[in-house]
Design a protein around this ligand. Structure first.
Ligand code: IPM
Ligand code: MN
Length: 358
């Protein structure tokens, strides 16, 4: 964590509705910075599908090195209907996660007051946990290939890579985070599949046991991923912090996203916690191309991502102020969190959060 009185933020609005929701997060930033007395500088980057279609490159030469000089990156959304699936996701989002070594993907699953969850009889006190997803290894590493592609004898392989260093740094960060979070449960649950992935997840399991010894104040717990999906629906109040591998973390955080009211609410941080590391914060919803320009998309997730950005760049008071404002708005001002059903436009929801900051 760095403390900055002048925050340098790179803004990648990205595709579809990404720029619209990012604009609301920036509106809230401007207001909260004035109240908390810090300054910031923004620089816009036009990376995304339109630029790719125009120029043929996703990240120009030197882009990553320039982004490294910022305190944080604020990302709207990635995904363009005219670009084949995988190109922008790999070339922009995953590229930045890997190149900037953002090895923690932090995804809070928190039901805000007034927000509808599909879970019967569960409220904000029950749905309040955090997923720490490893963000640089596993099936995401891009190792694999085809043999005899396009023939009846075709073979495809996709290899999951796990390193001791990679899982240890993530697990240790998760224990530290659980300690800082200081929830009465004080419990970190490793979610994996040790009964089948007897090499890769055995490494995670042994590393988890080793690191747990350094944190006698934290209960070290374990769930298989399939059981975890069941408990997340049946007893979400069981969880405090979950640490998991990249692919399982991807899957269970979409489940978590819907428990907290959907993709209009859920936010995440791609964090490089090492000194000088640059982290990237994003709403979890996609680019929702069909809603582009209609001003109906929910900016709460993007505003929530801005709060996480400030928390991680040394402005915890500003972050907490945004959290309180979001809660006030979801509790009393919004009809629904779904696109087009909020009872307000995208910009009006941003204005409501600004008004609630005071
Ligand atoms: C996410 C997304 C990405 C992922 C995609 C877009 C590559 O689903 O951030 O969860 O799988 O990590
Ligand atoms: Mn995902």
């Amino acid at each position: 964590m760095t403390s900055n009185s002048n925050l340098k933020i790179a803004v990648i609005g990205g595709d579809g509705t990404g720029p619209e929701v990012a604009a609301e997060g920036l509106k809230v930033l401007k207001a909260v910075a004035a109240m908390e007395g810090f300054s910031f500088q923004l620089k816009d980057f036009d990376y995304g599908g339109d630029r790719y279609l125009r120029t043929g490159d996703i990240l120009p030469a030197g882009a990553v090195d320039e982004l490294r000089t910022f305190d944080a990156i604020y990302l709207g959304a990635v995904g363009h209907p005219d670009v084949a699936p995988g190109i922008l996701e790999k070339g922009l989002l995953l590229e930045l996660r890997f190149q900037l070594d953002q090895y923690i993907n932090l995804r809070p699953v928190q039901l805000f007051p007034g927000v509808e969850t599909p879970l019967k009889d569960k409220g904000p006190d029950d749905i309040n946990f955090v997923v720490v997803r490893e963000n640089t290894e596993d099936l995401y590493c891009g190792v694999g290939g085809f043999l005899k592609k396009g023939t009846p004898d075709e073979v495809a392989s996709q290899t999951a890579i796990y390193t001791r260093k990679g899982c240890e740094r993530c697990i240790r960060w998760a224990f530290d985070f659980t300690r800082r979070r200081n929830n009465p449960k004080k419990m970190l649950t490793l979610v994996a599949k040790t009964n089948v992935l007897t090499f890769g997840h055995d490494l995670w399991w042994r590393t988890f046991q080793d690191v747990a010894r350094e944190y006698p104040d934290i209960k070290a717990d374990y769930n298989h991923v399939d059981a975890c999906c069941m408990w997340m629906v049946k007893n979400p109040e069981y969880y405090d912090v979950i640490v998991t591998t990249n692919m399982f973390g991807d899957i269970i955080t979409d489940l978590g996203g819907i428990l907290q009211g959907g993709m209009g609410v859920a936010a995440g941080g791609n964090i490089n916690p090492d000194p000088g590391g640059t982290s990237m914060f994003e709403p979890m919803g996609g680019s929702a191309p069909k809603y582009t320009g209609q001003h109906v998309i929910n900016p709460i997730a993007a505003i929530n991502a801005m709060s996480m950005l400030l928390e991680h760049t040394g402005q915890p008071a500003a972050a907490a102020r945004i959290q309180r404002a979001i809660r006030a708005v979801t509790a009393t001002k919004m009809k629904s969190q779904a696109a087009g059903k909020m009872g307000h436009s995208t910009q009006q929801v941003g204005d409501l959060v600004v008004a609630a900051l005071a």
